[in-house]
Design a protein around this ligand. Structure first.
Ligand code: IMP
Ligand code: MG
Length: 188
């Protein structure tokens, strides 16, 4: 566990990744969030909406930490299109939720909130489905990068403005299977 460099694909230069958050700390954070959700929704029905692909590992662990709640799971996939240096582009739905959310308790499960654009889009989209309640749980938050005024209701850990991978978070779609979280150290 100390060194999972054997999981790194050949294209990853191992030395560019620095261990940032170990698996034990992640487990503790996920347990704390799971307990909070268990207390809040005790005996009730709760729909978790995971944002693909990044939240899949977090959601899988979080859902299993929720006790005494009827947990229902669905996923959406978002896509940022038309992004360039001059234009931050727009968010589109790549895969929508397929659950009737009307009058249900809904929690969006995100692995990280950065500018907040994706989350802002998704919240508006879900509110159109008239849930009874809606809140957002995120494992990581980069508050310094926020471009729209939106805050998660529950945050596992606030992190500095650095690019991280592991535990669902990717670099060009790889690294999601790392059990620890690493940050990318740029060589220059
Ligand atoms: P935003 O909040 O709309 O900027 O988008 C957040 C999304 O960008 C997340 O759901 C991730 O998919 C991705 N993202 C942001 N920061 C990181 C990071 O440090 N590592 C990997 N993906 C990230
Ligand atoms: Mg995401």
């Amino acid at each position: 566990m100390n060194d999972e460099k054997n999981k790194f694909p050949g294209t990853f230069v191992g030395s560019q990744f620095v261990k940032y958050i170990d698996a034990k700390e992640i487990k503790g954070i996920v347990e704390t969030l799971g307990n909070a959700l268990s207390q809040k929704y005790q005996g009730q029905d709760l729909v978790l909406i995971g944002v693909l692909k990044g939240s899949m590992i977090f959601l899988a662990d979080l859902a299993r930490e929720i006790k005494g709640v009827k947990v229902y799971i669905d996923f959406v996939r978002l896509q940022a299109v038309g992004r360039s240096k001059e234009n931050h582009g727009t968010i589109m739905i790549n895969k929508d939720f397929t659950t009737n959310l009307m009058d249900r308790n809904v929690v969006i499960v995100e692995e990280i909130v950065d500018t907040g654009r994706a989350l802002s889009f998704l919240k508006k989209r879900i509110l159109l489905a008239q849930p009874r309640s809606l809140e957002v749980v995120t494992l990581f938050d980069k508050p310094y990068k926020r471009a729209v005024n939106i805050q998660p209701d529950m945050t596992g850990k606030k992190i500095d403005d650095q690019f991280i991978i592991g535990y669902g978070l990717d670099l060009e779609d790889y690294g999601r299977n790392f059990e620890q979280v690493y940050y990318l150290k740029y060589p220059n």
